[in-house]
Structure formats: structure tokens, C-alpha cells
Design a protein around this ligand. Structure first.
Ligand SMILES: Nc1ncnc2c1ncn2[C@@H]1O[C@H](COP(=O)(O)OS(=O)(=O)O)[C@@H](OP(=O)(O)O)[C@H]1O
Ligand SMILES: Nc1ncnc2c1ncn2[C@@H]1O[C@H](COP(=O)(O)OP(=O)(O)O)[C@@H](O)[C@H]1O
Length: 199
């Protein structure tokens, strides 16, 4: 619900299309979703580096990082996760307007919340990338030791253990991180961007 009143939109004199033309590439949100430990951060970091090396204006928003600042007042209840994703969707939209290829790496476990983020962008401005990985494998990777803590009852509402993860029904890209290497994942996403004339 919008509680701000008496607010009037003020247009820029530089359009998104003009920024994209100057950058010689489209702007888009590449929305990673998947369990903790499924590879969202690892792949988005590698993708960001590869895009940077190809002179693509890009930027990465990562759950752990954004929760240190912009979203530091949010926890992991369904309501807080919804607000987390709503804000990231809005930031993603601003970055697309600024002409930037934006990667977001959030668990974003609820389909409805991801679809909301998609809905505020124009068609083709949201590419959902599902980092598919079994809970078993994520738990054995446990890069931050959080699954161990969750199993020991030290973290409430941990995704996959005692909070749900709803896999995307129709993601644009699926990366099976139990089968594809990080380089293969980056290659697959860059091919998608090239084949669909984003870059
Ligand atoms: N309860 C609980 N459930 C899931 N994850 C937890 C939790 N508590 C802390 N963490 C750590 O926070 C990271 C997930 O934050 P996100 O902003 O991506 O989560 S969400 O999209 O709002 O669901 C997640 O990072 P990733 O491992 O990179 O996914 C964890 O490091
Ligand atoms: N094919 C792969 N793709 C991505 N990460 C992988 C892969 N194989 C192993 N890993 C490892 O799995 C872990 C994934 O952790 P991370 O990227 O932080 O996941 P997330 O951001 O989804 O929580 C890292 O330790 C990474 O080195």
C-alpha cells in the first residue's frame, strides 16, 4: 500500500532507451533464485566479472550484502522476505532505468514475491535464473555452516529446513549446479543474453 500522498512524478530528459543506446546494450534484471548454497553468489560474481570484461555496464545486488545496509531492518519471516524482495525489485527497476545489467542473488523463496518483482518491470526486462541444487547437496556444501546451525535448532525459519522454497515454474534459465561448472553457467547465461540481443 502506498502511504505517500501528494507526490507527483517528475520525468527525466534522458530516457532509458537513450541510456541503453549510449551503452550499446540493453538493461535487464538477471534474477537468481535458489536455496542457500545453491550457487547464486558464486555464479553471479563470475558473471559480473565476465560482463565487466566485455565492457557491459553491470552491477550485482546480493542478499547477504544488501541485508547489511538497505534491508538491515528485515529478518526472515514471510512478511520480511516479501518486503526484502519488493525493495530489491524496486532497486532493480531503477538500475534498469539507469541502463545497467543488474544481477540479483536472493533466495527469494516465494513464487508470488518473485512474480511481483517481474511484474513491475517491462516484458523481457526480467530474466529468472534458477540455480537448481538438491537440498542434500546444498547441505553438504554448507559454505557458511548455516545448515548445521539450522539442524541444531539455532536458526529459526531456515529455507529448506523449516521454511519453504518454491521452485520457479517457468524460469528463463535453469542452471543445475550439481552438473554444470561455474564457467559453464556463466557461458550459458552470456549465450542467452547474446541470443536474445540484450548484449
Ligand atoms: N533463516 C534464514 N533462511 C535463509 N537464509 C538465511 C537465514 N538466516 C540467515 N540467512 C542468510 O541470509 C541469506 C539469505 O538472504 P536473502 O535476502 O537472499 O533471503 S530471502 O530472499 O529474503 O529469502 C542466506 O545467504 P545465501 O546462502 O547466499 O542464500 C544466508 O546466508
Ligand atoms: N557448479 C557450481 N556452481 C556454483 N557453486 C558451486 C558449484 N559447485 C560447487 N559450488 C560451491 O557451492 C557453494 C555455493 O555457495 P554460494 O555461491 O554462496 O551459494 P548461494 O549464494 O546460493 O548461497 C560455493 O562454496 C561454491 O564454491
Amino acid at each position: 500500500m502506498n502511504t505517500s500522498t501528494n507526490i507527483i512524478w517528475h520525468d527525466s530528459e534522458v530516457t532509458k532507451q537513450e541510456r541503453q543506446a549510449r551503452n550499446s546494450h540493453k538493461s535487464v534484471v538477471i534474477w537468481f533464485t535458489g536455496l542457500s548454497g545453491s550457487g547464486k553468489s558464486t555464479i553471479s560474481v563470475a558473471l559480473e566479472k565476465a560482463l565487466y570484461e566485455q565492457h557491459i555496464h553491470s552491477y550485482r545486488l546480493d542478499g547477504d550484502n544488501v541485508r547489511h545496509g538497505l534491508n538491515s531492518n528485515l529478518g526472515f519471516s514471510p512478511e520480511d522476505r516479501k518486503e526484502n524482495i519488493r525493495r530489491i525489485g524496486e532497486v532493480g527497476k531503477l538500475m534498469v532505468d539507469a541502463g545497467i545489467v543488474t544481477m540479483t542473488a536472493f533466495i527469494s523463496p516465494y513464487r508470488k514475491d518473485r512474480n511481483y518483482a517481474r511484474s513491475i518491470l517491462e516484458e523481457k526486462e526480467f530474466i529468472e535464473v534458477y540455480t537448481k541444487c538438491s537440498l542434500n547437496e546444498c547441505e553438504s556444501r554448507d559454505p557458511k555452516g548455516l545448515y548445521k546451525k539450522a539442524r541444531a535448532g539455532e536458526i529459526k525459519e531456515f529455507t529448506g529446513i523449516n521454511a519453504p522454497y518454491e521452485a520457479p515454474a517457468h524460469p528463463e534459465i535453469v542452471i543445475d549446479t550439481e552438473k554444470q561448472t561455474v564457467d559453464e553457467a556463466v557461458g550459458a547465461i552470456i549465450s542467452y543474453l547474446k541470443n536474445n540481443l540484450y548484449i
